[in-house]
Design a protein around this ligand. Structure first.
Ligand SMILES: NC(=O)c1ccc[n+]([C@@H]2O[C@H](COP(=O)([O-])OP(=O)(O)OC[C@H]3O[C@@H](n4cnc5c(N)ncnc54)[C@H](O)[C@@H]3O)[C@@H](O)[C@H]2O)c1
Ligand SMILES: [Zn+2]
Ligand SMILES: [Zn+2]
Length: 345
């Protein structure tokens, strides 16, 4: 089968690899019909994720059709259409019982990281019954690919951890797919102000269309001054960091109002400063989270009922054979205006 293989920082290639096989009775093999590229895949290529070793097939998002199941799998059968969660979970370990699937002792974020991922024709999914979500055969699969990672991440790590509530003020730093997913799902709670901060004018235009009340381009204005002006000098109740670099984590610290919450979403590859000398008396909280995908069943319902339209995030389409171009397009988002690039089998 064809698969995109990671070969160390800066290097990956589309190659022929053997078909994955069932190696545990709880496994399923899924024929991937659609996958996509995540900002985290770029972090891997940048060398920020040391657990992902050369030789690994990348990708942790996708939908597909069950091809084969192990002997312990009873709720899925070949031919079933499924959404692949970016988090694999056994459902039984201490973390899974607490709903913290991202830290499952035999799962978590392993796909396209510690085990081969979804940017391939077929993928082996461990703990299949608790890591795949059956979807109707006529479901809008393009929209559902956004539920593997992007929507649950923006919602859980950003909106839920950030304690977004009616009437509050929210700043989202980073208008990439994850920041935009936080923007879409923050609106479940009708915050009074949703401020989007980026330096990509196209993405800020998209954010405005997606419901941002204010957009700040860091290329033309100072974000701290701008946010303080919008909030009468107070700052925001919730600052969501959706980039993953020291500058944006520090910006969130400068934007947060007394009693507020900084919800870090970005994957960080290097250390960042914590200005405790300014924040110690401000009653704030800082949260970090690896997405648990505990909200996936709820998000599936909101998408199917039409309350949420994540398909808006898809800007480009490629065939698996063109995945090199897909990475190039996604990696040069400022020029190509890419948000999510859909890769079809
Ligand atoms: N915590 C988790 O479980 C989890 C899951 C998935 C992704 N992530 C991470 O979330 C982050 C965002 O993902 P994405 O796919 O949206 O990434 P992305 O790279 O597409 O988007 C990042 C955005 O940040 C903007 N940006 C860069 N520098 C900036 C600055 N100084 N100030 C303001 N904006 C700036 C860029 O223009 C871009 O629009 C990444 O770090 C990704 O790895 C975390
Ligand atoms: Zn991801
Ligand atoms: Zn578990």
């Amino acid at each position: 089968m064809k698969a995109l293989v990671y070969h160390g920082p800066g290097k990956c290639a589309l190659e022929d690899r053997p078909m994955p096989a069932i190696s545990h009775p709880a496994d399923a093999i899924v024929r991937v019909t659609r996958t996509t590229i995540c900002g985290t895949d770029l972090h891997i290529l940048n060398g920020d994720v040391p657990t992902c070793e050369p030789g690994r097939i990348l990708g942790h998002e996708g939908v597909g059709v069950v091809h084969d199941v192990g002997s312990a799998v009873s709720s899925l059968k070949p031919g079933d259409h499924v959404l692949i969660s970016c988090i694999s979970s056994c459902g039984k370990c201490e973390y899974c019982r607490r709903g913290m699937y991202s830290h499952c002792t035999t799962g978590g974020w392993i796909l396209g990281n510690r085990i081969d991922g979804t940017q391939a024709e077929y993928v082996r999914i461990p703990h299949a019954e608790t890591s795949l979500y059956p979807i109707p055969s006529d479901a809008d699969e393009d929209a559902l690919v956004m539920l593997s990672d992007v929507l649950p991440t923006g919602f859980e790590c950003g909106v839920l951890n950030g304690k977004v509530e009616p009437g509050c003020t929210v700043a989202i730093v980073g208008a990439g797919p994850i920041g935009l997913a936080a923007l879409l799902t923050a609106q479940f709670y009708t915050p009074a102000r949703l401020v989007m901060i980026d330096r990509d004018t196209n993405r800020l235009d998209v954010a405005r269309r997606f419901g941002a009340t204010d957009c700040i381009d860091i290329g033309t204005s100072d974000p701290v001054t701008a946010v303080m002006k919008l909030t009468e000098g107070v700052g925001v109740d919730c600052a969501i960091e959706a980039v993953g670099i020291p500058a944006t984590f520090e910006l969130c610290q400068a934007l947060i109002a007394p009693g507020g919450t900084i919800a870090n979403v970005g994957v960080h590859g290097v250390k960042a400063d914590l200005h405790i000398e300014k924040l110690w008396d401000r009653n704030i909280a800082i949260t970090t989270r690896l997405v648990d995908t505990a909200s996936t069943p709820m998000l599936l319902k909101t998408v199917r009922s039409g309350k949420l339209d994540p398909k808006q995030l898809i800007t480009h389409r490629f065939k698996l054979g063109e995945i090199g171009s897909a990475y190039d397009t996604f990696g040069r988002a400022a020029d190509t205006h890419a948000l999510k690039v859909l890769i079809e089998a």
